[in-house]
Design a protein around this ligand. Structure first.
Ligand SMILES: NC(=O)c1ccc[n+]([C@@H]2O[C@H](COP(=O)([O-])OP(=O)(O)OC[C@H]3O[C@@H](n4cnc5c(N)ncnc54)[C@H](OP(=O)(O)O)[C@@H]3O)[C@@H](O)[C@H]2O)c1
Length: 252
């Protein structure tokens, strides 16, 4: 029986895994960075594979018949590795690519190409900045220690930033617009730095910034490999039976 490997770390990956597990043998792969990931509901493997070659070897060893890249749109390295491993092994690949947000009337977005560019774009004059970027990348803001930072992450930022004025907040989404507005007002934030993650779970801060008339420094998405893809869990799930047979014991 051919298996499906889903590269995850996103809400949609978990949803897709749950849906596909009704009919197929599914394993979900996590990078292993989050200290206490939410229960995924399907068999999980955790940690890097050792680059594209390691992933290719894993696909062969496990008899995987379909690889699904459902990682976050900013996880560009694993997506590139997945495309390369699929090419090497001949295992078909599909990607779940959540569409990005589009600016609407009232939004004050400044789009930049990287988190480092976002730090520079804050300018020289001290500002009150909300960072909800993921703890791996906030260190880039140490180059701009003149600002006050409110930093939200799922796991603690360790080590703390070498800046004189930062508050830390631990929370896991989804985050609604009203709560985000209350948070931005309470901390007198005047600029939000965000990735263009897409989806509803983290859009609250973008909508709240619009309502409050705040600037958003939006980090553009990285380039991702060109592989067959779908934008939603349902659309991707519908593509899967073209590539792997259902598991007779689970099958409908
Ligand atoms: N970047 C974000 O903003 C963001 C936001 C939310 C969730 N995430 C999730 O967090 C994880 C790490 O993101 P990242 O941006 O650090 O990734 P990345 O830079 O693209 O990947 C770095 C390395 O981490 C390992 N890796 C990443 N995702 C993996 C997975 N699902 N299963 C096994 N190994 C994985 C791979 O190691 P090897 O080369 O050794 O295989 C990869 O080369 C991903 O699962 C992603 O979906 C990322």
């Amino acid at each position: 029986m051919k298996k499906i490997l889903i590269l995850g770390g996103t809400t949609e990956a978990r949803q897709l895994a749950g849906k596909l597990a009704e009919d197929f043998l599914v394993t979900l792969s996590l990078a292993g960075r989050t200290e206490s990931p939410v229960a995924q509901g399907v068999p999980v493997r955790s940690g890097g594979f050792g680059g594209a070659d390691g992933l290719a070897a894993y696909l062969g060893e496990t008899g995987t018949g379909l690889l699904i890249d459902a990682t976050h749109p900013y996880a560009a390295r694993i997506s590139a590795n997945a495309a390369m491993a699929a090419r090497k092994t001949g295992v078909p690949i599909l990607a779940l690519r959540r569409p990005g947000w589009e600016a609407v009337q009232g939004d004050r977005w400044l789009e930049v190409d990287s988190v480092a560019d976002a730090a520079r774009a804050l300018g020289d004059v001290p500002r009150r900045v909300f960072l909800a970027l993921g703890r791996q990348e906030v260190a880039a803001f140490e180059v701009a220690p003149q600002h006050h930072y409110l930093i939200r992450s799922v796991d603690p930022v360790e080590p703390k930033l070498v800046v004189p004025d930062a508050d830390y907040l631990l929370a896991r989404g989804p985050f609604g617009e009203t709560d985000e507005r209350v948070l931005l007002e309470k901390h007198r934030i005047d600029v939000v730095v965000s990735k263009n993650s897409g989806g509803a779970a983290t859009y609250g801060k973008i909508a709240a910034a619009r309502t409050l008339g705040l600037e958003v420094i939006m980090v553009r998405r990285p380039d991702l490999p060109d592989v067959p893809s779908a934008e939603t869990v349902e659309a991707l799930a519908a593509m899967v039976p073209h590539f792997v047979e259902p598991d007779a014991e689970r099958g409908v």
